[in-house]
Ligand binder design. Structure first.
Ligand SMILES: *Cc1c(COP(=O)(O)O)cnc(C)c1O
Length: 371
């Protein structure tokens, strides 16, 4: 029997042909496919500006540099995310201020305000695994304290909060096009905003500090090279056209998990009423770490790949050494999701039979362990 991988990108022959035609054309960077991708993302998300960049981490970094963040500043973010969310705060010299998450894996908005100080500049909610954070509450706090909101929507292209797309509600939205996300350009990222000044600055910074459309060429900033290539854009454009179908299929498959997986030994993902998930990741949380680890082994023996999801960031080596925070007390939900969470396969290439098979294997594991 073949291995069922945790994730698998959906690369069609059409997308491959399109990439090949870009390669044959010799126009590899900053050509018409990058422009097309930016245009299509703006129309899909109903947002004014999109800049395609080299990866999701670059897009978060560019947003923070554009906001002028530096050593005196603090950024509030959830303790549970992919570590890149906090790395970029360190990279601009600012200080990450961690807040625990709810059981739905997104930032607990009731704990944000007590962390706001004179130094706070940005709130950075994460739509973890594709599940929307409570944006109305976050925007409300941001408005009262005059803070920017940068949505880390790396996992959440196509996810919604109260019917509006994640990533379009704050001052900036950031997306990743890594193969582990719903659609992919290999590596890639997107910075979206409704603010023309921010967009212009992002475009300058992603391209060596060069002012777009200015002749003779002006280098007006010490910029990065965070550009996306044209062949990467061609690869993802085909998937973007099918994104709604991809998400619909993932929702159908997720519904089967909810039907089939029943146990006192773990809990299923919680999607609040205001959220529509793109199901980038289906993560269950086991009652203890040992069971989580042996379930992972059991699944692999049955040719099913699973993995630990996001990190409790204050627990990873760099942040642990630097801040020495007691996560089990300070961030109990993030700590639990990190130590007891297990992501299981969910993507559009899987069939109902696959999901039933995976569910049976999970249920079997607990039966054998004498449930
Ligand atoms: C994947 C991810 C990133 C990083 O995106 P890359 O494209 O891999 O750089 C950042 N934040 C979150 C929440 C992610 O899931």
């Amino acid at each position: 029997m073949k291995l069922i991988p945790l994730a698998s990108p959906n690369i069609t022959d059409k997308a491959i042909d399109s990439v090949v035609s870009v390669l044959r054309s010799g126009m590899l960077v900053q050509g018409k496919f990058v422009n097309q991708l930016e245009y299509d993302i703006c129309s899909y998300l109903d947002v004014s500006y999109c800049a395609a960049v080299s990866n999701g981490t670059a897009s978060l970094h560019l947003a923070l540099v554009t906001l002028g963040l530096g050593p005196e500043d603090e950024v509030i973010l959830p303790a549970l995310s992919y570590t890149a969310t906090a790395n970029v705060v360190e990279l601009v010299g600012a200080t990450p201020i961690f807040v625990d998450v709810n059981q739905d894996f997104t930032i607990n908005v009731l704990l944000i305000e007590e962390k706001v100080t004179d130094k706070t500049k940005v709130i950075m909610p994460v739509h973890e695994f594709g599940i929307a954070a409570d944006m109305d509450a976050i925007l409300n706090i941001a408005e009262r304290h005059n803070l920017w909101v940068l949505e880390d929507a790396a996992c959440a292209l196509g996810s919604k909060y109260k019917g509006r797309y994640c990533g379009t509600l704050g001052d900036f939205g950031s997306f990743s096009l890594h193969p582990r996300k719903a659609i992919t350009s290999g590596e890639g990222g997107l910075v979206v905003t409704n603010n023309a000044i921010f967009d212009k600055k992002v475009r300058i910074l992603r391209n060596h500090g060069i002012e777009p459309e200015v002749q003779p060429m002006e280098f007006s900033e010490a910029g990065f090279n965070y550009r996306l290539t044209d062949f990467q854009s061609a690869l993802v454009l085909d998937q973007l056209a099918s994104l709604d179908d991809i998400i619909a299929k993932r929702n159908d498959l997720a519904a089967i998990y909810y039907q089939e997986l029943k146990s006192d030994h773990f809990r299923l993902p919680i999607v609040p009423n205001y959220a529509f998930s793109n199901w980038q990741t289906f993560q269950i949380v086991l009652n203890d770490q040992k069971t989580r680890n042996s379930l992972k082994d059991h699944l692999l023996k049955n040719n099913i790949q699973s993995n630990y999801g996001a990190q409790c960031i204050p627990e990873v080596k760099f942040f642990k050494n630097k801040y020495q925070l007691d996560s089990s007390n300070k961030f109990p939900n993030a700590f639990e999701a990190y130590n007891q969470g297990l992501a299981i396969p969910l993507y559009e290439k899987l069939t109902e039979e696959d999901i039933n098979y995976i569910s049976d294997c999970v249920n079997d594991f607990f039966k054998r362990n004498g449930e």
